[in-house]
Design a protein around this ligand. Structure first.
Ligand code: GCB
Length: 607
């Protein structure tokens, strides 16, 4: 009989057990022993959630006595009398990773439950463990293997995994995932957003095979206190984690260090390096890293850089940098729908490069891991964000916990990426006492998990009392952030483009100012006069006027206008212009450049 692995979670940060998958989140699955479960899955659409109930329509205990009629049992009729009212194998196929909305016409607007099923065989050696890993499922995933519930994950854009060592069999395993993308008031995000609520298993699914005791996670960074030192930790998962030797190698720097784990399975380290080439957009140098534990080697490519602020300056490797950015939604420029591939990332970030960017804002939720890895390779600085967007249920402790877990998951996944310099806590959240506490707690958490990066949030600006053309930031969260960012739509939601001429700025926080959004809509190919809305000329004028206006902000140190590419949003229904797309892109969803693209490109060239 296969021995059961006891999982000793190495808890690097406190998390509630509701999101139980997370204390064992395995990082860098790209360089581990994996079998992909991507590809064709079966699916059943279940708007009334019948898959949960038995034939008497009574909820039952899923673990103790699952009815054969529950979908996660993957039952088949045993004989001609057997009434099983579903059959995965006769159901339609769907591709994973991918959203259902753009794969299936009938599911374009669907929000609700879809059950996914995939069968597989697996031979697991006695001395190995196996984990089922999901890059992301939007929004709530209940995961079952061979009829047993593994757990639940909430949050549509972050990874999670479950150990399946004791459940997996050689033949005919079936994973069933109940995916529910219904929006909820208490969700993160909440009911209303300006992006498409793509449902499904939207990122890669993998079986990750490990040794009994293995390297679950690690951090390798330049020390914040001393740029001549590399600092970090390796954490082990298993039943025998104390006093273990681990080797860290960075061959190009002639580094080979032995470190030893403590009673929690954590080996912290700090060592001097000689002559490192710091990572930067001009020279995105990545070093090959090896973490060797027993017979296993985990490889990574890591860049070393520092990121700090000094008054209004952002300092990259101690030198001031202007963040020439653009905002991006995670939509595939190749196939439409949710993006999730290296090719998507290369295309999106390639356009950003062509625009002259050294910075991107990945709005409004954690994008897939390819984006930050490709950003590392291409030399693009990154702002990452969690979907604390507009009106969150600030008073609800579960909502807070959900947001904090999503934050912890993205930090855990991406903390070794040199490109990532900013964690954004929120976007356009009207202030209130409850909201301030919520965001303060998130910022404290982010700083605890990662003291090396900068904290920000896309805030709102407002007019001074009685002076509509003098703009300021009076948000209490401005005191907390390292980088003062705000969205501003003068010329679009706020007056006409020439209103920009009249605006002056009173911003005295003595922090770097990054304009996290500005812009306006245009339908690609629609031409006219610059005062005709929806034309490319109108959008061009918005960019010209805004750029002139923003130059008057004395502490301006960067921007990420809204947005690189037109993106789907159900709020955008104007026929023949929007047709379900927010048209503020500098490129159409087909990748056609609008006139404003050149305006911003020219501005960045001059910087
Ligand atoms: C915003 C939001 C962004 C919207 C954008 C717009 O301020 O942050 O999510 O898509 O405005 O186009 O209205």
């Amino acid at each position: 009989m296969k021995s059961r692995a006891i999982s000793f979670a190495i808890i690097l940060f406190t998390m509630t057990t509701t999101f139980c998958a997370q204390s064992t989140l395995i990082t860098n699955t790209q360089s581990r022993e994996v079998v992909s479960l991507n590809g064709t899955w079966k699916y059943i659409v279940d708007p009334y959630e019948n898959g949960y109930y038995n034939y008497r329509y009574q909820p039952f205990d899923e673990q103790e006595n699952p009815s054969r009629s529950a979908f996660f049992m993957n039952s088949r009729a045993l004989d001609k009398q057997d009434r099983i009212e579903y059959d995965f194998d006769k159901s339609d196929d769907i591709i994973v990773p991918g959203d259902w909305n753009t794969q299936k016409e009938k599911l374009y607007y669907y929000e609700g439950t879809v059950w996914y099923k995939k069968s597989f065989d697996y031979t697991l050696a006695e001395d190995k463990r196996l984990f089922l890993y999901f890059g992301a499922v939007n929004y709530k995933a209940e995961v079952y293997l061979n009829g047993k519930k593994l757990g639940t994950h909430i949050g549509g854009f972050t990874p999670f995994n479950f150990e399946i060592t004791s459940i997996v069999k050689e033949k005919d395993n079936f994973v069933v995932v109940k995916v529910d993308n219904k929006r909820a008031k208490e969700g993160v995000p909440t009911l209303n957003t300006d992006w498409w609520n793509y449902g499904g298993i939207t990122r890669d699914v993998k079986l990750v095979e490990t040794n009994f005791t293995f390297v679950q996670d690690y951090t390798i960074q330049l020390s914040k206190e001393n740029s001549e030192t590399i600092k970090g930790m390796v954490s082990l998962n298993g039943s025998d984690i104390t006093n273990k030797s681990i080797i860290i190698r960075i061959p190009e720097l002639s580094i080979e260090q032995k470190i030893v784990s403590n009673e929690n399975g954590i080996a912290a380290f700090e060592f001097k390096h000689n002559e490192i080439t710091y990572w930067s957009p001009d020279n995105p140098k990545l070093y090959d890293i090896e973490i060797i534990f027993q017979n296993e080697t985990i490889g990574d490519k890591i860049g070393f850089r520092s990121i700090t602020t000094n008054g209004p300056d952002v300092l990259l490797n101690e030198a001031p940098v202007f963040l020439k950015g653009i905002s991006i939604h995670e939509e595939s420029p190749i196939s439409g729908g949710r993006a999730n591939s290296r090719e998507d990332a290369k295309k999106l970030l390639g356009w950003a490069k062509e625009l002259g960017c050294n910075f991107v804002r990945l709005a409004h939720y954690p994008h897939n891991e390819f984006m930050v890895r490709v950003a590392d390779e291409m030399g693009i600085l990154v702002w990452e964000e969690i979907p604390v967007y507009w009106t969150i249920d600030w008073e609800n402790p579960e909502t807070y916990q959900n947001a904090e877990t999503q934050l912890a998951e993205v930090i855990t996944r991406d903390k070794n990426r040199a490109s990532v310099i900013i964690w954004s806590m929120a976007n356009e959240t009207p202030h209130s006492e409850a909201r301030n506490i919520f965001l303060n707690n998130l910022a404290t958490k982010a700083r605890r998990l990662d003291p090396t990066r900068l904290i920000s949030a896309a805030l709102e600006q407002r007019s001074l009392d009685g002076q509509p053309n003098v703009r300021t930031i009076d948000d209490p969260f401005a005191k907390v952030v390292d980088v003062l960012s705000f969205n501003v739509y003068i010329g679009w939601y706020d007056g006409r483009p020439d209103k920009c001429d009249k605006i002056s700025w009173q911003i005295d926080q003595n922090k770097p100012v990054i304009i996290s959004e500005f812009g306006g809509g245009a339908k690609y190919g629609l031409h006219g006069y610059k005062d005709e809305i929806w034309t490319e000329e109108f959008q061009e004028e918005i960019y010209i006027k805004n750029l002139e206006m923003l130059k008057r902000i004395k502490d301006l140190r960067g921007m990420s206008p809204w947005i690189l590419v037109d993106f789907r949003s159900p709020r955008r229904v104007l026929p023949e212009i929007q047709d379900d797309y927010n048209r503020k892109g500098l490129l159409s969803e087909k990748g056609e450049k609008k006139k404003a693209f050149s305006v911003l490109q020219e501005f960045y060239r001059s910087k």
